[in-house]
Ligand binder design. Structure first.
Ligand SMILES: [Zn+2]
Ligand SMILES: [Zn+2]
Length: 376
C-alpha cells in the first residue's frame, strides 16, 4: 500500500451541499416513508416486488451499462440497449455516465494515489462516499472521456441527466407503483429504497472491495476479490480480477462465480444485442495466478532452492496449455474433414494434455506448501 497524505478536507468550502443533502436525506426519508407505509397503508408484497425489480433495473444498468459497456468498452451493444442503460443508469442518481466513467477511468489509472478520485488510502468513509460529499466544482475530466464525448447518445444523457433522472427515477416509478398498489407512502418508500440501496452497493465496490478479500491476480493495488460483495453488486465483487483485467466483460470468471452482469451480457449476445465480448485468455489469467502464488513465498529464505523446480513446472504448465489450445483449434477448423479415428485421436490428445496440466498444477501446489512448511 502506498503512503499518501490526506489531501481532501471536510471543510465548509469543499463540501458539495447538494450531493451531501441528497446522500444524507434519502436514507432518513426511506426510514420515515417506510414506517408510514407499514403503519398507514399496511405491508404489501407488490411494493416489495416493485422495489426489488426497479433496484435490479437500476443497479444492473450501472454495472453492465455505466461500468462494463461505457467506462471499459468490454463489449459493443445495440443502440436500443445503450439507450435503456443510459435511462435506467440515470435512475441510480450517480451522475451522468460521462462524469461517472471519467471518474472511474481515473480510478483505474491512478488507483491508490492522491489522484484516485476514491482513494482508499484516505480512509474507508472517503472511498465509500466522502469523496462525493467533497465533489464541489468537480467536472468531467476530458482526458478520461474524450472518446465518450463523441458519442451522441452519451452526450444526450449528459446534457439532460437531471430531467431523465427525475422523470424515470422519481416521477414514473412513484406513479406506476401508486397505480399498482393504491398507496402513495409505499410508492415513495419503494423509490427511496432503490436509490439508497443502489447507491451504497455501488459505493461498497470502492470501499469494501478495496479493503476485504483476496488478491489472487495482483498485489500492485488494493483491489480485492470478495464473493460476498459480488452478491450485493451484480457480480462486481471480483474486483482484484477486474483491476488487473479491466477489458474483460466478466468479473467472475468461473461458471459458479455469481456475476449476473456477465450473464446479462451473454444473454444480450445470444439475442444479437451485444457483440465483440472481450475475454482475457485463460493462459494469461493462470500466468497471473501462478506469479502471485510465487510472490507470496519468494521472500522466504528457502525459496531459492526451489526456484528451478518452479521454473520447470511452470514451463510444463504453459506447454500443456498451448497443446490444449492447439488441439482445440485443430478440432474446430478441421472437424468436418477428419475421419472418425483421427477425430478420436485429437480428442484423446486434448484429454491427455488436460491430465498433464492437472498433474503439474498439483505439483505446483505441493512445491508451494514445501516452501511454506520448511520456512516454519
Ligand atoms: Zn472498472
Ligand atoms: Zn477499484
Amino acid at each position: 500500500m502506498k503512503n499518501t497524505r490526506n489531501v481532501k478536507k471536510y471543510s465548509f468550502e469543499n463540501i458539495d451541499f447538494i450531493n451531501s443533502a441528497f446522500l444524507v436525506l434519502t436514507p432518513i426519508l426511506l426510514l420515515i416513508f417506510g414506517a408510514l407505509w407499514i403503519e398507514i397503508e399496511g405491508f404489501n408484497i407488490t411494493v416489495v416486488a416493485f422495489s426489488v425489480i426497479t433496484y435490479i433495473l437500476s443497479g444492473i444498468s450501472i454495472t453492465a451499462g455505466y461500468h462494463r459497456l461505457f467506462a471499459h468498452k468490454t463489449y459493443d451493444s445495440h443502440p436500443v440497449v445503450k439507450i435503456l442503460f443510459l435511462i435506467f443508469g440515470a435512475t441510480a442518481f450517480q451522475n451522468s455516465v460521462l462524469k461517472w466513467a471519467s471518474d472511474h477511468r481515473q480510478h483505474h489509472s491512478k488507483v491508490d494515489t492522491n489522484d484516485d478520485p476514491y482513494n482508499i488510502n484516505e480512509g474507508f468513509f472517503f472511498a465509500h462516499m466522502g469523496w462525493i460529499l467533497l465533489e464541489k466544482n468537480s467536472h468531467v475530466k476530458e482526458r478520461y472521456a474524450k472518446d465518450m464525448m463523441k458519442d451522441k447518445l452519451i452526450m444526450w444523457q449528459h446534457n439532460n441527466y437531471l430531467a431523465i433522472a427525475v422523470v424515470f427515477g422519481v416521477i414514473l416509478p412513484i406513479a406506476i407503483c401508486y397505480l399498482l398498489t393504491g398507496g402513495l407512502y409505499g410508492a415513495i418508500a419503494a423509490c427511496l429504497f432503490r436509490i439508497v440501496f443502489v447507491h451504497h452497493c455501488t459505493f461498497f465496490i470502492n470501499s469494501l472491495c478495496h479493503c476485504f478479500g483476496s488478491r489472487p491476480y495482483t498485489d500492485t493495488n488494493t483491489a480485492k476479490d470478495n464473493w460476498f460483495m459480488a452478491f450485493l453488486t451484480f457480480g462486481e465483487g471480483y474486483h482484484n480480477f477486474h483491476h488487473f483485467f479491466q477489458t474483460d466483460f466478466r468479473n467472475g470468471i468461473r461458471w459458479y462465480h455469481f456475476d449476473p452482469t456477465k450473464w446479462l451480457i451473454n444473454i444480450l449476445s445470444w439475442a444479437r444485442l451485444a457483440s465483440n465480448l472481450k475475454v482475457t485468455s485463460a493462459k494469461r489469467i493462470l500466468d497471473a495466478k501462478l506469479s502471485m502464488s510465487i510472490k507470496r513465498i519468494e521472500n522466504k529464505s528457502i525459496f531459492n532452492q526451489y526456484q528451478t523446480e518452479f521454473d520447470e513446472i511452470k514451463l510444463k504448465i504453459m506447454e500443456a496449455f498451448k497443446e490444449i489450445e492447439n488441439f482445440k483449434n485443430e478440432l474446430k477448423t478441421k472437424k468436418s474433414n477428419l475421419d472418425k479415428l483421427s477425430l478420436k485421436l485429437a480428442k484423446l490428445k486434448v484429454q491427455e494434455a488436460k491430465k498433464v496440466l492437472r498433474i503439474q498444477l498439483v505439483l505446483w501446489q505441493l512445491s508451494i506448501q514445501k516452501v511454506e512448511q520448511n520456512y516454519a
